[in-house]
Design a binder for this molecule. Structure first.
Ligand SMILES: Cc1cc2nc3c(=O)[nH]c(=O)nc-3n(C[C@H](O)[C@H](O)[C@H](O)COP(=O)(O)OP(=O)(O)OC[C@H]3O[C@@H](n4cnc5c(N)ncnc54)[C@H](O)[C@@H]3O)c2cc1C
Length: 390
């Protein structure tokens, strides 16, 4: 039976970075991944381009991690988003910044990021075993015993980076929660987060329209970000962010033009009064949305009654949409809930009950907004879990 100083279960961003730091600290390290390739979920982020981190400040990071972001203060004091950027630059991967601080490889290819992480593990002497699903973990004689279908390994330090339970087809099926429960550690309730919204709405008319920086308001929550109309409802970062707060049966309000007041809009429309309403709106909004908002109104702007003008302005600034529910946990981008943080030392990410057992990434009860915040949490916590703490 082969013995390692460190074994890491799960080759997503958290596991790959844990393998890099463990190897960097000179520990004999094995990373085990059940898929054929490392980083299957990571590969699909940012529309396949890999939204590897976010360039924001520490405050931005914490605000971007609404699910227990504050727990990560100690992690970020050891390794943060700027260390991620430096890491890739030092390892030959040029990054670029896009809207909302989102960072991508300049190649626009996830493979660039995953290959760089994989190469670094090997350069530092770590071992990667893919196509290998861990089926049981036990601890006896002061060692962890890790079994896959065909192999058995032992290690002194075990790092669990198996992810949450969203998009299980990428490999994240909740195995790490079972490991925690096996060691009598608490796991908080798992729920969908960053979930597309199901809505009661004429989807067909607007399906496929994507809008930059609209504002969604629900109760006291106001989110300004991009939105996508789909065949089932609303997706994109704005819908996903508000999904943490809104439930089926509630109404959200969309401001399609948050930079313009009703007064600005009325002035604009009056200047275009000889045009059809549809054509006037096309100057501000995508064509199909303009047609949708102009439906049932008089043809020309100059023919609009005061009430119709008022209703049109209200629809542009405050369009109500009834939410009927959200996507299931499996179809949501992120899992809310996970290994209870009360069980975990925030400096080392080691279990308080089981010496040598560490957790990092989405398996923990930490959830963030898309836009690079989950990946930042995963990479930074992975680095810390793999590090030696003197
Ligand atoms: C479509 C989509 C888009 C997203 N976009 C963004 C985005 O733009 N920005 C952002 O911040 N976040 C985004 N996320 C979320 C982000 O991808 C995850 O939070 C992140 O990948 C979590 O990293 P992780 O390493 O903790 O877990 P994962 O990436 O889930 O990796 C866990 C790994 O463990 C392996 N594993 C599990 N069980 C076993 C076992 N028994 N044996 C061996 N291996 C095992 C799995 O196969 C998997 O490869 C997105 C998610 C999805 C689904």
């Amino acid at each position: 039976m082969k013995h390692y100083d460190t074994i890491i279960i799960g080759g997503g961003p958290a596991g790959m970075m844990a393998a890099i730091s463990s190897s960097y600290y000179g520990l004999k390290t094995l990373l085990i991944e059940k898929n054929k390739r490392l980083g299957k979920k990571l590969a699909g982020t940012g529309g396949g381009r890999c939204n590897v981190t976010n360039s924001g400040t520490l405050d931005d990071l914490i605000a971007g991690i609404p699910g227990n972001g504050r727990f990560l203060y100690s992690v970020f004091s050891q390794f943060d988003n700027h260390d991620i950027i430096r890491f890739f630059e030092e390892n030959g991967v040029a990054l670029k910044e896009e809207d909302h601080g989102r960072m991508f490889p300049t190649t626009d290819k996830s493979r660039t990021i995953i290959s760089a992480l994989d190469a670094k593990i090997h350069e530092l002497g770590g071992t990667v075993l893919t196509n290998t699903e861990v089926v049981s973990v036990k601890k006896f004689d002061e060692r962890f015993h890790i079994k896959s279908k065909y192999d058995e390994f032992t290690c002194d330090k075990l790092i669990v980076t198996t992810g949450g339970k969203s998009y299980p087809s990428t490999g994240s099926t909740g195995f790490g929660h079972d490991i925690a429960r096996h060691f009598k550690m608490e796991v908080t309730d798992l729920e969908a987060a960053e979930s597309p919204l199901l809505t009661d709405f004429p989807h067909k008319k607007l399906q496929g329209i994507s809008l930059d920086d609209i504002t969604i308001t629900y109760d006291k929550y106001v989110i300004t970000h991009d939105l996508l109309f789909t065949h089932f409802g609303l997706s994109g970062p704005a819908a996903q962010r508000i999904s943490s707060f809104v439930k089926g049966g509630k109404t959200i309000f969309i401001d399609f033009l948050p930079d313009k007041s009703k007064t600005d809009l009325e002035k604009y429309l009056q200047a275009e009064r000889e045009k059809s309403v549809k054509n006037a709106l096309r100057g501000l909004l995508p064509e199909r949305l303009a047609e949708f908002l102009a439906e049932d109104l008089a043809d020309k702007v100059k023919q609009l009654s005061a009430k119709d003008m008022g209703d049109l302005l209200e629809n542009i600034k405050n369009y109500p949409i009834q939410v009927t529910g959200k996507m299931s946990l499996a179809k949501s981008f992120v899992t809310k809930g996970g290994v209870d943080l009360k069980e975990i030392n925030p400096k080392t990410l080691e279990s308080k009950k089981v010496p040598g057992l560490h957790f990092a990434g989405e398996v923990l009860d930490i959830n963030a907004h898309t836009g690079g915040f989950n990946i930042t949490a995963a990479l930074c916590s992975g680095w810390v879990a793999g590090s030696l703490h003197y």
